[in-house]
Design a protein around this ligand. Structure first.
Ligand code: ATP
Ligand code: MG
Length: 287
């Protein structure tokens, strides 16, 4: 169930790179309301033609995002089909992916990062209440709509992007490469994606945010990544004990023991009240 957008109403601009089975472009779409033309900036996500067999899964992601509405979930306007081309048309988010933003070296405060984690947790809570599994939560899929400025007391604002092609359609290597965001149980049975899997991914994402967008296990080959899970390892803990504790609860190998979203939110809220910790927080150990 989604809105079909006419291909001729789309304008393509510069390329923004590639995703899993996709090519990403900036662009715009034109609508006519009561004889008046409206032009909206959009992001165009085109499914690679070689992976066109994944179109159903790709459009399912589009459909999921257009059926639900939450301030921290990305808006999907619809899809467009043109010959062999399958395109998802979505909201263009000004500052792009959060991992790149953080890696560019913009210095942000601990409370800024905490705000982002809370916003993601509220999106996750919304999905949990609706019984919806996302399946691809990571810092790359958090888009920064507003930078915020700690000195002015204004917060950042993030939106969780669509999950893209489902893990059930991805090759084993693509899944292995998603270690440590992908929950360990997904490696054995990608079709058994649950909300608990999203909790694990949330933990890895929070780790990544507090490490300034540096991907956990960056540069590891797939064999080493697989061994990481096979030997039940954990990411290096943050020196901020309460944060490290929350991350390790989420990244619990036994999925049933991962916390509820309510508990995650409660723990995040209790972090901010400890001003001493915020002032003296040190970054977690990097690889
Ligand atoms: P995946 O399904 O693995 O997430 P994808 O197709 O979503 O793949 P990404 O790698 O997530 O592709 O996105 C590629 C790049 O496009 C991002 O790094 C980001 O800079 C940019 N981007 C993605 N979505 C948006 C958006 N809605 N607004 C602005 N920039 C975006
Ligand atoms: Mg993405």
């Amino acid at each position: 169930q989604f809105h079909m957008i006419k291909y001729k109403d789309l304008k393509w601009e510069e390329s923004l790179g590639q995703g899993s089975f996709t090519r990403i472009f900036k662009g715009s779409k034109t609508d006519v309301h009561d004889g008046e033309k409206h032009v909206t900036e959009v992001l165009l996500k085109e499914l690679d033609v070689v992976h066109k067999n994944c179109w159903e899964s790709f459009f399912e992601a589009a459909s999921l995002m257009s059926q639900i509405s939450h301030k921290h979930l990305l808006l999907v306007y619809g899809v467009s089909v043109h010959g062999v081309k399958n395109i998802m048309v979505q909201e263009f988010v000004k500052y792009g992916a959060l991992d790149l933003y953080l890696k560019r070296g913009r210095s942000v405060s601990v409370s800024w990062k905490l705000d982002v984690a809370k916003q993601l947790a509220s999106a996750l809570n919304f999905l949990e209440e609706k019984n919806i599994v996302h399946g691809n939560i990571c810092t790359k899929n958090l888009l920064l709509a507003r930078e915020g400025d700690t000195s002015q007391g204004s917060s950042p604002f993030v939106k969780l992007s669509d999950p893209g092609v489902s893990v059930t359609m991805l090759g084993k290597d693509v899944i292995l490469d998603r270690i440590p965001w992908v929950a360990p149980e997904v490696l054995e049975a990608p079709e058994n994606l649950t909300m608990e899997c999203d909790k694990w991914s949330f933990g890895a994402t929070v780790w990544e945010i507090f490490n300034n967008g540096n991907a956990p296990l960056r540069g590891w080959d797939l064999k080493r990544k697989r061994q990481f899970y096979e030997s039940f390892q954990q990411l290096p803990p943050s020196q901020w004990t309460e944060l490290a504790d929350l991350i390790s609860q989420c990244m619990e190998y036994q999925s049933a023991f991962r916390p509820s979203c309510r508990s995650i939110i409660r723990q995040l809220n209790s972090l901010i009240t400890s001003d001493y910790v915020i002032l003296h927080a040190t970054e977690p150990v990097t690889q």
